[in-house]
Ligand binder design. Structure first.
Ligand SMILES: [Zn+2]
Length: 318
């Protein structure tokens, strides 16, 4: 059968669209079954790093309780798209947590807030982030710089600062970090989540990691941290996590920025010290993935439990 050029293009488009839809459907059902069928699950919205180098969004996680998204942790570049794919919305969230103000952890926050402005949530939305230090503003100044009606880059979304114009007020709380040595901040959230924000060392960047407890389950998201985060390890000494998410940013060996991030050996030591049931590697950069076997061997020197490499939208059950 001869098809006109136009019809050929139409057929190709239809076939391609059908294939794309079936792929989306398959991948969605794979994670959706895990995410929605369990009392507690952590979904990786962004499993990548700060470089646009493949199909990974920058850092972002979504905690689900009884399948419902309740906590957004980080909103790195690309997470806006994954947030939508995961079926998340501001309406169901107990809180947002921003572990530090590097763009690959907060770059899509405004996009997600903009999306939420089309919802009908009116109850205030707590948001937690670091206090300022060095070249980094604190969370409150960061939000002012974005949302202030007078001077913010997106001042037209200023209703988020005071709960006007049909938007929910975002209630910002800053966590003092002191290079990883400050005290933890503990908060109980409405959906039965106990949130502990634990300062870490991430070079000169004010940053913290997150312990999430729901019932007897515990998930630790280490965030970006160097091996100089001894206080973080000590504060978790009595709380064995079912899942530890560690950031797999640098490969093993010389010349890596170990003042900012843990090497695979240092990740293995952390997993061993916390005695985690499962280690999930996220914030996966090509420089680490291209030397994955070497990295896994380095982790294995100290940690003998299960290790998985996260992809976007993967769901893990503690
Ligand atoms: Zn960082």
């Amino acid at each position: 059968m001869q098809l006109s050029k136009h019809k050929k293009h139409g057929l190709v488009f239809q076939l391609a669209t059908a294939a794309a839809l079936s792929l989306v459907g398959l991948s969605q059902s794979a994670w959706a079954a895990t995410c929605s069928a369990t009392p507690v699950a952590i979904q990786v919205l962004g499993s990548g790093g700060p470089i646009a180098e493949g199909g990974r969004a920058s850092t972002s996680y979504l905690l689900r309780v009884d399948g419902v998204p309740r906590l957004l942790i980080d909103s790195g570049s690309g997470s806006f798209l994954r947030f939508g794919e995961a079926g998340a919305s501001l309406s169901t969230l107990d809180a947002i947590v921003i572990t530090h103000l590097h763009a690959d952890h907060v770059g899509d926050l405004v996009g997600i807030l903009k999306s939420g402005s089309f919802e009908d949530r009116v109850t205030p939305l707590p948001i937690f982030g670091p206090a300022g230090g060095g070249r980094f503003p604190g969370l409150k100044d960061h939000l002012e710089q974005l949302l202030s009606p007078k001077s913010g880059a997106y001042g037209y979304l200023g209703g988020y600062l005071d709960g006007t114009e049909g938007k929910p007020r975002i209630d910002a709380t800053e966590v003092v970090t002191d290079d990883g040595n400050a005290a933890s901040l503990v908060k109980s959230l409405p959906s039965g989540i106990r949130l502990t924000l634990i300062p870490v060392n991430h070079g000169v960047v004010p940053a913290f990691g997150v312990l999430i407890e729901v019932g007897q389950k515990a998930i630790v998201i280490g965030g970006d941290q160097s091996a100089f985060s001894e206080a973080f390890e000590q504060k978790l000494a009595n709380r064995r996590p079912d899942i530890l998410i560690a950031h797999h940013v640098i490969p093993e060996g010389e010349g890596q920025p170990i003042g900012l991030h843990r090497s695979p050996t240092a990740i293995g030591l952390l997993a061993q010290k916390l005695d985690t049931g499962r280690l999930v590697l996220s914030h996966n950069m090509q420089r680490s993935l291209s030397r994955l076997e070497e990295g896994l061997a380095a982790i294995r020197k100290n940690y003998g439990g299960e290790i998985v490499v996260a992809n976007d939208l993967d769901c893990y059950v503690p």
